[in-house]
Write a protein that binds this ligand. Structure first.
Ligand SMILES: Nc1ncnc2c1ncn2[C@@H]1O[C@H](COP(=O)(O)OP(=O)(O)O)[C@@H](O)[C@H]1O
Ligand SMILES: [Mg+2]
Length: 375
């Protein structure tokens, strides 16, 4: 029997807030999401009260987790600034808050990077991004992570795609992360990778209508409240697109670089350009562009057809002065292995596709050498 929203609220009513009333009466809770026993909610308070609320957040999480029928519980604490101290917008407006609301009211000197604490034990966090969905971002992220693993690096994979987390499917992971004594999530080990996904906490097809601060808080927890151990590279599968949610993420995650996935069609190249502009804005170096579904390779005869007019991404990369990392064919094996939770670098390690992902990995590793060696 799965837990109901009401049962969660009843449990939360027993938690006292710093305002002297029950947590449920403090006017700070988001709607409670319950999917298959996985509970998610957030507490939104003013930024200067946040410290006092951390224990409440932890208490809320433990009372919910103790309920029968709860598989996992995540309570995020989101700090919002008082109206007037930052650009504000109507509370009732749905969707993601503009990135500007997450900036300090008076920008301190230095780049946004200055506010992003490094994650202890992780030498380099890199983003895999795309201007739009469906271009093969997740497929590339997973296989690239495996390619980096094959180069002897210690690699983690974080699925931060709140709109469509697909890493559970791509890796065939069905279990949920456990907590250690300090209540940190232990990433799932699969194919030699440490894996975390927002999909372990919510369903893949749950329409994500979280507000910006909730998104950030969930991502921050998945970055920092996880026992990643020592990693050379953490590959982050970003939400597709270049809107406020993506910008906020790029701004708040200590990224050493970003990789942009594009298909050869013009439209997605335009989207890729937007991606480049976004990372430039937040001073994250673009490690390069990958052209996915670059050409069609017949699974029967191996003949290559450039059905989308291939090569656009390479030209675009040259024009924009960013590295071109490689082209991945549109091939049946890449799709079927992904859908079966057994990515092509694992299932066909000696095949041509694995070699391509390893070559892209090598180029990425070479660009990160400074960071990896310093760790
Ligand atoms: N190079 C490729 N060849 C064949 N199919 C691919 C390739 N790259 C991705 N796909 C398939 O395309 C679909 C979308 O890929 P996915 O990685 O989920 O995209 P995104 O994360 O950008 O939404 C999936 O079914 C995936 O298996
Ligand atoms: Mg995806």
């Amino acid at each position: 029997m799965s837990v109901t929203q009401q049962q969660v609220l009843d449990a939360l009513a027993a938690v006292r807030s710093p305002r002297g009333v029950a947590l449920t009466s403090a006017n700070v809770l988001s709607p409670v999401t319950v999917t298959d026993g996985k509970v998610f909610l957030s507490i939104s308070v003013d930024a200067n009260e946040a410290r006092a609320w951390e224990t409440v957040r932890a208490q809320a999480e433990s009372v919910v987790r103790a309920l029968p029928g709860v598989a996992s519980a995540m309570v995020a604490l989101t700090a919002e600034r008082k109206a007037g101290s930052a650009p504000s917008r109507p509370r009732a407006e749905a969707g993601v808050a503009p990135a500007a609301t997450h900036r300090p009211p008076h920008s301190p000197a230095g780049s946004p990077m200055a506010r992003q604490a490094e994650i202890p034990g992780i030498a380099a966090v890199i983003a895999v991004a795309s201007g739009k969905g469906g271009v093969g971002k997740s497929t590339t992220a997973v296989n690239l992570a495996l390619g980096l693993r094959d180069l002897g690096l210690r690699v983690g994979l974080l699925d931060a795609d709140i709109y469509g987390p697909s890493v559970p499917r791509l890796t065939g992971i069905r279990e949920k992360p456990e907590l250690n004594d300090e209540r940190k999530m232990i990433p799932i080990q699969r194919f030699g990778l440490a894996v975390m996904s927002i999909g372990f906490l919510v369903e893949e097809d749950t329409a994500m209508i979280w507000r910006g601060p909730m998104v950030m808080s969930a991502i921050t927890q998945m970055l920092r409240d996880v026992t990643w151990g020592t990693l050379d590279v953490l590959v982050v599968d970003m939400p597709p697109g270049t809107g406020d949610a993506q910008l906020t993420l790029a701004q708040n995650v200590p990224l050493k670089g970003a990789i942009i996935i594009s298909t050869p069609q013009d439209l997605s190249l335009i989207d890729a350009r937007r991606g480049l502009a976004m990372f430039k804005k937040v001073n994250v170096p673009v490690l390069g562009i990958v052209e996915n579904m670059s050409y069609f390779q017949c699974p029967h005869c191996g003949t290559r057809s450039d059905i989308f007019g291939h090569g656009g991404a390479r030209h675009e990369a040259e024009r924009l002065g960013v590295p071109f990392l490689g082209e991945i064919p549109l091939h049946m094996a890449i799709r079927t292995t992904s859908d079966a939770g057994n990515p092509v670098v694992v299932s066909e390690p000696d095949g041509p596709h694995a070699a391509i992902y390893r070559a892209i990995g090598a180029s990425v590793r070479n660009q990160l050498k400074g960071a990896i060696a310093a760790a």
